[in-house]
Design a protein around this ligand. Structure first.
Ligand code: NAD
Ligand code: 89Y
Length: 343
């Protein structure tokens, strides 16, 4: 496989993880950077020794010389940047959340499909070691067919110091974090037909909701609960762990704090350490997320080289993003939302 050249747009808080991970992806080299903020652009360029730097994405695309673009900006710019990639027929990775609205997300998928180039949403949580381990245990049939699940992310970690915009938006936890938890629920129990949601704001210094409880009906017949909170003060801070409970026809599975996985069935009880690796450039407690960034970027490079569709393609991620939109609609109206009406 020849070397793939990439360009990164957005040199902010999270992009650093993406740049560090790209260094570990075989046959990929980031050759150009873009950020509207000159200081962030300079700092990322100097840290990674990248000379080609652009203050505007239009100049970056006009200059060309790369095989894909990695969009690591916040949501407001996603549609314009993906459409720019489509108009230059450049494959693109776009960070979550996909877009500001489901209508925008659909337009982005259509633009990339019409251009004949792949779009992957950087929905990395399903790539975390503990989540992949749960998927593997299910595929082995260890608990039979799951009929009930809980996907829980409860924390009081200060995410606002690194990402101050999270305190400012009208929407917070479902759009920012619940989006990952909903994607994990889909990854583990399959697509969703209906949902009901309730939200709260506990922290008075932010604008959006910081607690959400979502009830999901899955196509295969399972019922699950996605519960997320950034207002939960616990004796041991679990950030950024997603805890999972699954009951199946022949057994059960519990992923508890500390990445401990217990699988129980008629043959007995297995205890599995589902901890992520601490990569040399990673730091606790973010290492779980950081390892998944490397995994999803490796997946992108493999799929791009082989011409395969990625696990979290734009088309796939519309189904996760519809759950986000549906959850806000249900919380607003109190109603149960049929997901097909959104897609
Ligand atoms: P940030 O504000 O720190 O960085 C965004 C950068 O993009 C800024 O430097 C800004 O100047 C630049 N930018 C904005 N619009 C631009 C444009 N049109 N052209 C070029 N540059 C532009 O934000 P962040 O915290 O790094 O978050 C970025 C994205 O990453 C968000 O969508 C966030 O939800 C996501 N994120 C994902 C994860 C994950 O695990 N997948 C974790 C954290 C953040
Ligand atoms: O932005 C969020 C994400 O995607 O993962 C954790 C986070 O950084 C804060 O909630």
């Amino acid at each position: 496989m020849g070397e793939l050249k990439g360009a990164l747009i957005g040199c902010g808080f999270f992009a650093l993880n993406q740049m560090l991970a790209w260094q570990d992806v075989a046959n990929v080299r980031i050759v150009a950077l873009c950020d509207t903020d000159p200081e962030r652009l300079r700092s990322m360029g100097e840290r990674f020794g990248i000379e080609r730097r652009y203050l505007g994405a239009d100049e970056l695309f006009a200059a060309g010389g790369f095989d894909f673009v990695d969009i690591a900006t916040t949501v407001r710019s996603h549609r314009a940047l993906v459409e720019m990639a489509a108009s230059h027929r450049i494959p693109a990775i776009c960070q979550k959340p996909f877009a500001e609205t489901l209508g925008d997300a659909k337009a982005m998928v259509a633009a990339m499909r019409d251009a004949g180039v792949p779009l992957m949403i950087h929905e990395n949580f399903r790539w975390q070691t503990p989540i992949q381990t749960v998927r593997r245990i299910l595929d082995e049939g260890a608990i039979g067919t799951p009929f009930w699940g809980r996907f829980s992310f409860r924390s009081a970690f200060d995410v606002f110091s690194g990402q101050p915009y999270l305190a400012e938006g009208e929407r917070f936890i479902i759009e920012d974090l619940g989006i990952h938890t909903l994607d994990i629920a889909r990854f583990i129990l399959g697509d969703v037909t209906h949902l009901t949601a309730r939200t709260k704001r506990v922290n008075p210094s932010i604008r959006g909701e910081d607690v959400a409880t979502i009830l999901l009906d899955h196509e295969g017949g399972a019922t699950s609960i996605v519960d997320v909170s950034y207002a939960s003060r616990l004796s041991t801070e679990p950030f950024p762990e997603t805890l999972i409970e699954l009951d199946g026809t022949v057994g059960s599975l519990r992923l508890t704090q500390g990445y401990r996985l217990e699988v129980h069935n008629a043959s007995g009880t297995r205890h599995i350490d589902a901890s992520p690796r601490l990569l040399p450039w990673a730091s606790r407690p973010w290492h779980n997320i950081q390892e998944s960034v490397l995994a999803i970027q490796e997946h992108w490079a493999d799929c791009l080289a082989a011409g395969r569709e990625t696990s979290t393609s734009g088309a796939d991620n519309l189904k996760t993003f519809a759950l986000v939109e549906g959850a806000y609609a249900s919380a607003r109206t109190g109603e149960r939302i049929p997901v097909e009406t959104l897609l």
